[in-house]
Design a protein around this ligand. Sequence first.
Ligand code: ZN
Ligand code: ZN
Length: 348
Amino acid sequence: MSDSTFKSLMGFITANVAVLLLGFFFFPTHTTAVGQCYSTVFANFDPIYVLQRIALLGVCLLIEWRFVGWKDCSFRKLILPSRSAMHDLVIGAINLCGFAIVLFLFFTANVIPVLPASTRELVGIEWTSHTDNLLFQIVFWFVLRDFVLYWFHRLLHEFAFAWEIHKYHHSATVFTMLTASRVHFLERALSHVFVTLPLVMLGMSGEPFLAITILNDALSRFRHSMVNWGFGWFGWLVVSPITHRIHHSYLPEHWDVNYGDSLTIWDRLFGTFYEGETLNTEVGVTDNLIDNEGFIGGLLIPYALSIRRFGDSLRTNEWWQTPRRRQNEVRTEIIRDTHEDSVARRVA
Ligand SMILES: [Zn+2]
Ligand SMILES: [Zn+2]
């Protein structure tokens, strides 16, 4: 563990204790909510549910192996893990076992003990449906949620300080199906506040929420795979693994495109759909500090970078980062192979 990681970790432990103490003396309900969150994780640990999720992941891994072959499949990358795959493996395992909430609370300094289950208390409304037609509800909320997610994701890229947090997801230098789980805890908290909460306030009920979550879980596994599926004409509507791989590309021509979560219509409507022919064979970001820092450092570094960027933006009053500005920060020289298959390679 590097010196700065150790200092940041100590800072985080102090912040956690401070928030809990403050809550204990001034906001007892907050302390109770945090305590309930921690205890529910352990009290509700269900080995059967964990095994079901692992089995589902196993099926996805086997399908992927069948289509991409041994060399590119996530299964091989996870049993012989590189630094990046090791990171996915740790965070994926924590997510699969349901312990992510413990880290979620710790890495947001216990400030946000709200999770979808507690949302209704927070906004004080009942999760009642306006129609009995569940299929209609699922489609309606799926499309609306996708629209909100498009803008949330796009702003994570465009706000300089938010990008430092979202970059955690983009720091994966190989795709494994567990890369889908590699989302910074602060981003999870923000998505809860800016995506889930507004939808619940608008009336999204529990059943469609659950159905959409499961559907999205399976889709996002394949979006983070090297499988060469463009989905044919269906890909005109739905985000395919190729569409999302381009979003993770470090080639400048692929930056700031394909923000769509499940549907491509928003990218087409708002002019961010990549229409070019180039397909990247690698993924990652050019200024990748995260993979080199281990698991804890990888989670802490984005805070430091984000705070620094926030300070810069305050000073200069420049909040948006343009592709060109990010291009100036490229630390790795990139060349594009213009030969027949237009593949990309990185020069160290
Ligand atoms: Zn992104
Ligand atoms: Zn992704």
